[in-house]
Each structure stands twice: as structure tokens, then as C-alpha cells.
Ligand binder design. Structure first.
Ligand code: UDX
Ligand code: ADP
Length: 463
């Protein structure tokens, strides 16, 4: 089967960039991205592609090239489902906030809604592709809904997890390490796999396209994220030991990273990992392990999260302790709110938790982030439900200009590794601050020696 029409449900951080790249690389395939969120679709259709709702380097150019040619953004979910041969499900699967598995299991209500909608609309056989990260054996649930509520047409369910990292989504999509496609071992299953392989083969070498059964594919995604997050928690655990012993965690990371068995990537000690995937996927893994009675397996992976929470708390505690054990009414400026550089996404960003801790100590937080919108920062804090909206908006002041945000501050905390922070006029910032001027570099991106020469009391992570 040759694929000429694709629909993607969910125009978020995964669906948007992925479909833009498929459309750019496959001009003969009509790609329609649909979402229930009207504002989001309106933003994707903004005549000026610099205003699209997701910031990713290189994305606006790709959207400018393909949009209106073979890439479309729409709220007409049913029409797009009806037309397409392949439907990608890229809706969000947040951690459940209620009921059984609260705080751990993935909330599959959006996925189920999609499956029911597909079943209702489909009048021809379709391939349904799980793109969102899903707990193992979700495909079974989707299949059951489709087969039992559908109009008697055939569905093939594929798992095609996304390995792109935010901030580098476009290059990750253009040059992936691998593409993973899981499907049924039946003839129909293999035909569906091949159809999707041929889409990716338009720009990815065939030997990088890996095909497996559905469950292996689903579990590989959780495993990859668990392994990556584990490396960060491991180096963060060492960062605390370094601070006690006089070792320097960057030196340790470099020394171990040169061991080819370990490798150099994902060894940057930080205030803690954030993002929509790591925490959610590990909690998911822990929940699945527990549900099979594998308590040691569950505890092993849960420790990665415990270490990450500890690292965030340790950072806020260090700020309080260093500022003479009180931050009440002190101005503390955050440089960065996003969970990493080059994205406007803030999900699970360490900044949220550090701010929450410091506001509990009655600090006044000022924030500057080059890409995150003001309402996002406030809603991130409101979501924690630690205090009222009004209290949050009184405690958080958001600036458009970094120099203004630092004026009169007792301390600066770097929460995101944005490149622009490195190029600032730090002497000018120092001169505008209260003395002694403290700088807590939660990402180890600034030059400690130069800052100390200026007069800053500099504290990085793990040295
Ligand atoms: C991750 C996976 O990398 C990606 O393959 C998967 O599809 C989705 O989840 P993402 O969350 O977008 O991607 O970003 P990633 O680059 O993995 O960073 C996650 C967090 O870890 C960020 O907060 C980052 O700052 C932090 N990090 C990363 C460190 O603290 N140290 C490191 O060495 C690397
Ligand atoms: P991700 O990082 O996984 O892409 P996002 O939250 O950025 O997550 O994007 C998911 C998108 O899916 C949101 O824009 C949301 O409005 C959309 N969505 C959720 N459920 C449905 C649905 N049933 N139909 C259409 N869109 C949906």
C-alpha cells in the first residue's frame, strides 16, 4: 500500500514538528494535523511562521515551506480521520492526577477518546500509529476499542515512538539515530509496518529503521528514557559527594565520559532533569513493574526520580543557607524557566519547584526567560496548588529584559542553560545588585573564575 494521506491527532511538541518534517520530506503525502484546541491551530496557521506555538530552532522555516502545499493544520478532526490512510495519535498522556495509579500511571483518557473517535468515523481500513509515549500494552486497549466500537473495518495498530528531544527536534527528526516501528506479526501487520517504513525511507537510511513487535517498541521507548534519566541522576548523586570532598563533578564527568563503555553524553550535572518525558515515563515504568509484583524492579527505577527531586530541593536549600538562612523579602532572580534551552516548554522544569520552595520561604522571585510566556510561568506555579493564584502572582515578577530582572537582586539563580546568558555583561549586572552578590549556577554554564574576579560569590553544581 502506498501512503498518500496522513492525519495526526494532536498539534503539540511531538505531533507538530514530526508532521512538519514528514511533510517537508514527502511532498507527495498530504499531512493534516488536527487538534481540539482552536487557539493552537490558529497559531499554527499564523501567516507569520515565527508566531507558531512551538519554538524549536529551524521549525518555522520548515512550516513556511510545507504549509499550504501538503501540510495543513485544522480543527476538523473527523474529516481528517475519514480522509487519511494512516492516523498518528500524538495527544498528551500526562501522569494521572486522580484515582487508581494517581501520581504514577499515565492518564489514557485522551488516547481512549481518540480511539473512539477514529472508530466512529472510519469507513475504510486504517493504520493507527501510537506516537505518544504509552505504557506497554496500550496498543491492545486501542485495538479493543477500535474493533468493538468500529464500523466493521480493519485496523492495524503500530507503535512508532518518538525519540526527538525538544530544542533539537528538527535535527533529531532529520537525522534520527533510529526509527522504531512495532507491529503485529501477522501478514496484515507486516504490510502496515512496511507502508510506514516506506514513508520514513524517503529520508532515513533503511538500516536505521528498526521493526519489532508492538510490545518491544512500546517498552523500548520507556527504557530509553529511563536509561537517559538514570545517567543524569547518577551524575547528580556524585555532584553532592563532590561538593563534600573537594572533587569537581565536571572533571569527574569528563574523566568517566572518555571511557568508551560509558560515553560522554548525558553526564552534565544540573539542578535536575525536567521535561514531559523522563519523570512521567519512569513513573510509568515503576507502576507497570509494581502491577506485575516486581517490587525490586520498581524500587530500582523509582530511585532515579527520588534523586532528581532531592537535587532540586538541595539547590533551593543551598540558596537559603548561603543567604544567611533567610530569603524572606529578598529578591532572587531566575535566569531561565524552560526545562532546557531552545524550547518554550516548561513541563516539569526544575525552575517551578525551586521557585515554589523559595516562595515558601517568602522570597520575591523575578524571572527572565527568552521564550517562555508570562502566563505559562504563573500557571506552572498555580498547578502545584501550594498557594492561591493571587499569592503566586504577588511572589513572581516577570521581566522582558534580563538586566532589569537582576537590578537590586540579592542573588541570581541560573535554571536553564540558554546560550545568551554566557554573553551577558556580568560586570554591569554585578554593579546593579545588592552586595554581597550571589550567583547560583544550576547548569554550570558560566565562567566561575571570571565571575569571582568581578566580585560575585559563585556556587555551581558539584564543585
Ligand atoms: C527526552 C529524550 O531525550 C528523548 O529521546 C525523548 O523522546 C523525550 O524525552 P527531552 O525531554 O526533550 O527528551 O530533553 P532532553 O535533552 O533529554 O533533556 C531532559 C532533561 O535533562 C532536561 O531538563 C535537561 O536539561 C536535562 N539534562 C540533560 C541534564 O540535566 N544533564 C544532561 O547531561 C542532559
Ligand atoms: P506532546 O509533548 O506529547 O506533543 P502536547 O500537550 O504538546 O504534548 O500536545 C498534545 C496535543 O493533543 C494538545 O494540543 C491537545 O490539545 C491535543 N489533544 C488531546 N486530545 C485530543 C483529541 N481527542 N483530539 C484532538 N486533539 C487532542
Amino acid at each position: 500500500m502506498e501512503i498518500t494521506k496522513i492525519c495526526c491527532i494532536g498539534a503539540g511538541y511531538v505531533g507538530g514538528p514530526t508532521m512538519a518534517v514528514i511533510a517537508q520530506k514527502c511532498p507527495n503525502i498530504k499531512v493534516t494535523v488536527v487538534d481540539l484546541n482552536e487557539q493552537r491551530i490558529k497559531d499554527w496557521n499564523d501567516p507569520n511562521t515565527d508566531n507558531i506555538p512551538i519554538y524549536e530552532p529551524g521549525l518555522s522555516e520548515i512550516v513556511a515551506e510545507a504549509r499550504g502545499r501538503n501540510l495543513f493544520f485544522s480543527t476538523e478532526v473527523e474529516k481528517a480521520i475519514d480522509e487519511a490512510q494512516v492516523i498518528f495519535i500524538s495527544v498528551n498522556t500526562p501522569t494521572k492526577t486522580y484515582g487508581k495509579g494517581k501520581g504514577m500511571a499515565a492518564d489514557l483518557k485522551y488516547i481512549e477518546l481518540c480511539a473512539r473517535q477514529i472508530a466512529k468515523v472510519a469507513k475504510q481500513n486504517k493504520i493507527v500509529v501510537e506516537k505518544s509515549t504509552l505504557p506497554v500494552r496500550t496498543a491492545e486497549a486501542i485495538k479493543s476499542i477500535l474493533d468493538n466500537t468500529g464500523n466493521g473495518v480493519q485496523f492495524q495498530i503500530l507503535s512508532n515512538p518518538e525519540f526527538l528531544a525538544e530544542g533539537t527536534a528538527v535535527t533529531d527528526l532529520l537525522n534520527p539515530d533510529r526509527i522504531l516501528i512495532g507491529g503485529d506479526t501477522t501478514t496484515e501487520g507486516q504490510e502496515a509496518i512496511n507502508a510506514l517504513v516506506n514513508v520514513y525511507a524517503n529520508w532515513v537510511e533503511k538500516d536505521k529503521i528498526l521493526t519489532t513487535n508492538v510490545w518491544s517498541s512500546e517498552l523500548s521507548k520507556l527504557t530509553a528514557n529511563a536509561f537517559l534519566a538514570q545517567r543524569i541522576s547518577s551524575i547528580n548523586a556524585m555532584s553532592e559527594l563532590c561538593e563534600k570532598t573537594g572533587a569537581d563533578v565536571s572533571e569527574v564527568a569528563k574523566a568517566i565520559g572518555m571511557d568508551s563503555r560509558i560515553g560522554a553524553k548525558f553526564l552534565k550535572a544540573s539542578v535536575g532533569f525536567g521535561g514531559s518525558c523522563f519523570q512521567k515515563d519512569i513513573l510509568n515504568l515503576v507502576y507497570i513493574a509494581k502491577s506485575y509484583g516486581l517490587n525490586e524492579v520498581a524500587d530500582y527505577w523509582e530511585q532515579v526520580i527520588i534523586m532528581n527531586d532531592h537535587q532540586k530541593r538541595r539547590f533551593s536549600n543551598k540558596i537559603v543557607q548561603t543567604l544567611y538562612n533567610t530569603v524572606a523579602d529578598k529578591k532572587i532572580t531566575f535566569l531561565g524557566w524552560a526545562f532546557k534551552k531552545d524550547t518554550n516548554d516548561t513541563r516539569e522544569s526544575a525552575a517551578i519547584y525551586v521557585a515554589d520552595d523559595l516562595i515558601n520561604e517568602q522570597a520575591k522571585i523575578s524571572v527572565y526567560d527568552p521564550k517562555v510566556q508570562r502566563h505559562k510561568m504563573l500557571s506552572d506555579l498555580d498547578y502545584l496548588e501550594t498557594r492561591t493564584k493571587e499569592e503566586n502572582s504577588n511572589a513572581l515578577t516577570i521581566f522582558e529584559n534580563p538586566y532589569e530582572s537582576c537590578k537590586g537582586a540579592h542573588a541570581i539563580a541560573v535554571l536553564t542553560e540558554w546560550d545568551e546568558f554566557i554573553t551577558y555583561d556580568w560586570q554591569k549586572i554585578y554593579d546593579s545588585m545588592r552586595k554581597p552578590a550571589f550567583l547560583f549556577d544550576g547548569r554550570n554554564i558560566l565562567n566561575a573564575k571570571e565571575l569571582e574576579k568581578i566580585g560575585f560569590i559563585y556556587k555551581g553544581i558539584g564543585s
